[in-house]
Structures are given as structure tokens and as C-alpha cells.
Design a protein around this ligand. Structure first.
Ligand code: HEM
Length: 450
């Protein structure tokens, strides 16, 4: 057997390493990751301050990491001793952030709520919430469409998972953005949180989040609906082998996880879809041609319409290729391992970047061009599972992927059936990439009723 060697390393500055190139004012630089993959290959090492990173880009090694070596390459911060860092500061030991052993029973518990059969029931709610959003729109106005997408997806997740009606609040939105910044800082800033003020900020955000959970539980209790089999009922009713209910912490962690993971990602995807459609009028025309036939009488899209909206789905898939809202999937190398013949050190962060995979010129023709036909049934069959992974892969793959696709298809069809959306002349839209990728200053769009 060959002795493992150290992977190629990107040269960097003294002390800072590659930190200035990797973390920019608007979050993570996927361009930096792309560049080092092109120059150094499919397993490359770099440093940002005193943290080591490995970017892994080969399909084979990504499969190995996400499917086979989940116990050695673990969720970031899931096994760190002491005060929680990163996403765990906010989502604790919930399904998204838990280590392997704690995660398995949670996935088993929550998964049935998101099975294809179960989510079919949510289609009507999605349509109704979409109509509610459109009722607030006016012909000729310019609106922040990203705020609308965030609101409508919030309504949907709050109703389907928690059985409550929930209004967007700027306070909560700001807290979400700030929390993401803290998570990115935890990744690269070696100074302790108490010194940089991160701990104090995180505590303020957590106070707000705890209030949110209390509000959910209160509403659920005051409007009990025994017929409903929603997330809150499932979490509240579950008992372990000893008959014990979920601890208060795990209840809180999972409520917050499903609330945030379940709306913000879909909102971003819809916003980017509308952005790319405005930039690509021929694609918008093709989409509207499909939607105008499927929804000829102007009815609200339902589950039954989805098979008649294949191009709508292709537009969403292409949006998630060109601008994946989760641009980077991090893991922690929990012990010294050999991967692809290279020696990886415990304590390093391993990165898999859907953005890098989706823009690899060896796998995609003209990767910067927005072209939904890549996802026609014939072409899609040739796309490798690890060359396109907007929802991740392996056992920790997004639990809400079918829900998100259904929601996206219904809402996108509804919007373009009734409106043409344009970017105001001279508008510049920049991505802010933290844990998820959203338009940095919202997305102003001009509405024309059709
Ligand atoms: C377009 C929309 C969405 C995108 C792009 C997306 C993306 C992702 C990705 C990449 C992961 C894997 C993270 C990792 O491996 O570290 C993930 C996990 C997860 N997502 Fe999503 N997501 C979306 C929508 C949703 C929705 C609608 C829900 C809930 C209804 C949801 C709930 C979750 C949960 C709970 C996990 C953790 C799963 C586990 O560890 O078992 N997501 N998502």
C-alpha cells in the first residue's frame, strides 16, 4: 500500500493564510474555491488564519465522505467539547446539526412528515399562500421580491409544520442574517467569541429565538387541532424506549431547525429563479408558454398540475445549479484519515462545494449560462449525482427536498402566470454567501400584470 502524502497546498500569506481570499466582505468566496480546484485539483489544502481546510471536488471522494465515512468526517462542531460553536450555537443538537448517533432517531421521527404522500397534502396550502401574496401586489409597482418570497415560504412552513399563521418580522430576518455571520466567523476567526463579541451577539439572538419557540408552542396549545399530524404534534407526542418525551432543548432545537431550514432556502431559490428569468427573456417566454397552457383558466396550481409543468421544474433545477443556495457543505475531519491517497489531519474542515461542482467546466458546458434544458429528461440522465448536489447527498441529504421542489414549482408557476417581472434599469444584484446564499440587498423588481 502506498504511503499517504499530504495534499497539494495553496500558498498563502504569513499568519492570515488564504483568509482574505476565502472570506470576503459579502461572505464566502466561491470564486476562490473554484480557482484552487482548477489550479490544484480535486483535493486541495489551504489555511485561513490557523484553521486548515480541504476542498474535495471529485465525485468519487464526495461520495466516500458523505456516504461511507460519516463517522470519521462529521458534521461541523458536532463533536467539539465546551461551549457550542457555529450553527450549534442556535440549533443545538437538532436534526441538522446533531452528530451521527444523536441524529438517527431524529431523522426517523421527522422523515415521515416529509414523505411524498404526506407532502401532497401541503400543495393546497402552498397555492393558497401564493394567492395571498399576489393579493398584495399591484400592477406597475416596484417591490422587494425577495421579501415576498421570504414571507410566502414562511407562511407555508409555519402552517404546514406548525399549524400557525406567521408574519415575517424584520427583527427575525436581521437575527437570521447576523446568526449566519457569526457561524462564518466561528469557522475562521481564531479569537475567542467572548473577545470578539460573537458570544454576546449569539446570546441576544438566542433570546429572540427562544421567544419564537414559546410563541409557537403557545399558539399550538391555544388552537389545538387533534386531526392535524404536524411537526409540533409529532415532536410533542414522541416517547423514547423508556417512555420519556423529547427534552425541552431538543424540542426547541428541532422547531428552530425546521423553521429556518424549511423556508429560507426555498425563498432564496425562488428569488434567484425570478432574477435569472428576468435576465433571460427567452427562458421566461418558454416558461410562460407552459404555464399558460397548464393554468389556462388562471386557476391556482395544485398537485394535479405538476406533471404538466416539467419546464417549471427544469427552471428551478437550473437555478439551483447556477446559484445553489447552500454553496458550501462543511464537515469536520474527526480523526486522522487517508482520503484519495492523501493524509488528512484531524481538526481540519473538509469542504464540499455544490457551487464548485455545478460550475466545473469539465462537467458542464458553458457553466455560466442559464439553460434549463440541461435538465430535460434525456439530458438529466447524464448528470452525475455528485456533480449536481443542491440538496447535499447521502443519509444527511436534505429532508425537505421533495417539499421544496413542489413548493417551488407551484409558487413559480403562479407568479409567472400572472406577472412579468423585470429588474429596474441599472440594478445590481450581488449574492451574499454565508450558510445560505441570498441577494445581498434584497431583489427589487418591477411588476407588470399579464
Ligand atoms: C431549495 C430548498 C432547499 C435547499 C437548497 C436545501 C439544501 C439542503 C442541504 C444542502 C442540506 C444538507 C446539509 C449537509 O449535508 O450538511 C439540507 C439539509 C436539511 N434540510 Fe434542506 N434545503 C431546502 C429546503 C428544505 C426544506 C423545505 C426543509 C424542511 C421542510 C429542509 C430541511 C432540512 C433539514 C432538516 C436538513 C438536515 C437533514 C439531516 O441532517 O438529516 N430543507 N438542506
Amino acid at each position: 500500500m502506498n504511503t499517504p502524502t499530504l495534499p497539494p497546498t495553496v500558498p498563502g500569506l504569513p499568519i492570515l493564510g488564504n483568509a482574505p481570499a476565502f472570506i470576503m466582505s459579502n461572505g464566502i468566496s466561491v470564486e476562490f474555491l473554484q480557482k484552487i480546484q482548477q489550479s490544484h485539483g480535486d483535493l486541495v489544502h489551504f489555511k485561513a488564519l490557523n484553521q486548515s481546510f480541504y476542498l474535495v471536488s471529485s465525485a468519487e471522494l464526495i461520495r466516500e465522505v458523505l456516504l461511507e465515512r460519516m463517522q470519521e468526517v462529521v458534521k461541523l462542531d458536532s463533536e467539539t467539547e465546551g461551549a457550542p460553536r457555529g450553527l450549534r450555537r442556535f440549533l443545538g443538537n437538532g436534526i441538522l446539526t446533531a452528530n451521527y448517533d444523536d441524529w438517527r432517531p431524529q431523522r426517523k421521527l421527522i422523515q415521515p412528515l416529509l414523505h411524498t404522500k404526506q407532502i401532497a397534502k401541503y400543495a393546497d396550502t402552498i397555492g393558497a399562500m401564493g394567492e395571498r401574496m399576489l393579493a398584495g401586489w399591484q400592477d406597475g409597482e416596484t417591490r422587494n421580491i425577495h421579501a415576498d418570497m421570504t414571507q410566502v415560504t414562511l407562511w407555508v412552513i409555519a402552517d404546514t409544520m406548525f399549524g400557525i399563521d406567521f408574519q415575517q418580522s424584520t427583527e427575525l430576518e436581521q437575527a437570521g442574517r447576523m446568526a449566519q455571520k457569526i457561524v462564518v466567523d466561528d469557522l475562521v476567526n481564531p479569537l475567542p467569541g467572548w473577545l470578539t463579541g460573537r458570544d454576546a451577539k449569539a446570546e441576544r439572538i438566542n433570546t429572540l429565538l427562544t421567544q419564537l419557540v414559546t410563541q409557537f408552542l403557545e399558539e399550538h396549545r391555544t388552537h389545538p387541532n387533534r386531526e392535524r399530524h404536524d411537526l409540533l404534534s409529532v415532536l410533542l407526542d414522541t416517547r423514547d424506549e423508556d417512555g420519556k418525551p423529547l427534552s425541552d432543548e431538543l424540542l426547541r432545537d428541532n422547531i428552530l431547525t425546521m423553521f429556518f431550514a424549511g423556508h429560507e432556502t426555498t425563498a432564496n431559490t425562488l428569488s434567484w429563479a425570478l432574477y435569472y428569468l428576468a435576465k433571460n427573456p427567452a427562458v421566461l417566454q418558454a416558461l410562460q408558454a407552459e404555464v399558460d397552457v397548464a393554468l389556462a383558466d388562471g386557476h391556482t396550481p395544485t398537485l394535479a398540475d405538476l406533471p404538466r409543468l416539467p419546464y417549471t421544474q427544469m427552471v428551478l433545477k437550473e437555478t439551483m445549479r447556477i446559484q445553489p443556495t447552500v454553496a458550501m457543505i462543511p464537515r469536520l475531519v474527526a480523526k486522522d484519515i487517508t482520503l484519495g491517497g492523501y493524509a488528512l489531519k484531524a481538526g481540519a474542515v473538509l469542504l464540499i462545494s455544490p457551487y464548485v461542482q455545478h460550475h466545473n467546466p469539465q462537467k458542464w458546458q458553458t457553466p455560466t449560462v442559464f439553460d434549463p434544458t440541461r435538465f430535460s429528461a434525456e439530458s438529466e440522465a447524464n448528470i452525475g449525482k455528485y456533480d449536481y448536489l443542491p440538496f447535499g447527498a447521502g443519509p444527511r441529504i436534505c429532508i425537505g427536498n421533495h417539499f421544496a421542489m413542489m413548493e417551488g414549482q407551484i409558487l413559480l408557476a403562479l407568479v409567472v402566470r400572472h406577472y412579468d417581472l423585470q429588474l429596474p434599469v441599472g440594478s445590481v444584484v450581488e449574492p451574499l454567501r454565508q450558510i445560505t446564499c441570498e441577494p445581498e440587498n434584497g431583489l427589487a423588481m418591477l411588476l407588470h400584470k399579464r
